[in-house]
Ligand binder design. Structure first.
Ligand SMILES: Nc1ncnc2c1ncn2[C@@H]1O[C@H](COP(=O)(O)OP(=O)(O)OP(=O)(O)O)[C@@H](O)[C@H]1O
Length: 273
């Protein structure tokens, strides 16, 4: 895995291969990225680094472009300019083969879980396996059960349809699908939204455990202050079409940008953090 990881997160032209990796190495690097729809610019010359092995929480006011940025990184929304490097590879110049490897090395949990309602949980988890692996049905069945166990669901859930699951179980099943190919990087879009506080805390602790035990890098869009406080190593704040600030919760508590101050030191925040 290290061969594709850039070591210098401050250098957009860092070498693509042969780097040694280090605790600060960027697994994902966004430089000077501009995204707009018609005349409306949503992200303007945005820079961001996600370090290998970290859990990065992404916050920002509603409509600031958190989903647009995640979709742009995933290649689902077109950027107007800038560079996105994942595992050290420039997404614009990567070959089809390199892109396929990158897609195999990341997992995505979209908001609402986005499971296919006509497929069972097991079949949902096997969708990425079918796309990327050439293995027998029996092995896929065994792997699906292992993934379910990994996210704290019993094998009984395997043959259930999404409509038969609770909100928390859907999130876990969707996470199992995101982990289907043993990714190095996972994108989670508001993973605890819609969960009660106990379910959300359990999900946070699962993310923390998976990140530590599997060495996963986690990019998590969230509005959940508890998640930011309990599980994120760093927090990035999106506003004014850019990353306004990035750092630890302590850094955010000291930041005097008006939105950051009201988010992290407002009445609601101080009751929680
Ligand atoms: N396909 C699109 N076409 C036109 N405008 C879009 C499109 N997708 C997103 N937008 C606009 O981009 C802006 C940012 O949207 P986005 O969904 O990224 O916000 P967000 O920060 O994720 O918000 P929330 O926290 O409410 O989910 C919004 O003004 C939205 O209307």
């Amino acid at each position: 895995m290290q061969d594709l990881v850039s070591t210098d997160q401050n250098n957009a032209s860092a070498p693509e291969a042969g780097s040694s990796g280090g605790e600060n190495s960027a697994i994902l690097s966004v430089r000077d990225v501009t995204v707009g729809f018609g005349p409306k610019i949503i992200l303007d010359k945005l820079d961001l680094d996600v370090r290998q092995g970290e859990i990065l929480g992404f916050v920002g006011g509603s409509g600031t472009g958190k989903s647009v940025l995640m979709r742009t990184i995933l290649g689902l929304t077109r950027k107007r300019k800038g560079t996105i490097r994942v595992f050290g590879k420039d997404m614009d110049t990567a070959s089809e083969e390199e892109l396929a490897i990158i897609h195999k090395r990341w997992g995505v949990l979209f908001q609402q879980g986005a499971l296919f309602s006509s497929l069972t949980v097991k079949q949902n988890i096997q969708v990425p396996m079918r796309e990327h692996l050439k293995i027998s049905q029996r092995l896929m069945d065994e792997l699906a059960i292992l993934k379910l166990e990994l996210v704290g669901l019993s094998a009984d859930a395997a043959d259930k349809f999404p409509s038969e699951l609770s909100g928390g179980m859907i999130k876990r099943a969707a996470l199992a699908r995101a982990l289907a190919l043993d990714p190095d990087l996972v994108f989670l879009d508001e993973p605890t939204s819609g969960l009660d506080p106990i379910g959300a805390a359990a999900f946070d602790s699962l993310i923390g455990k998976l990140s530590r035990t599997l060495g996963l890098t986690v990019y998590m869009v969230t509005h959940d202050l508890d998640s930011l406080a309990s599980v994120c190593d760093r927090i990035a704040v999106l506003g004014d079409k850019k990353v306004l600030a990035i750092g630890t919760l302590d850094d955010m508590m000291k930041n005097d940008h008006p939105w950051i101050e009201s988010y992290f030191r407002g009445e609601r925040a101080l009751r929680r953090v």
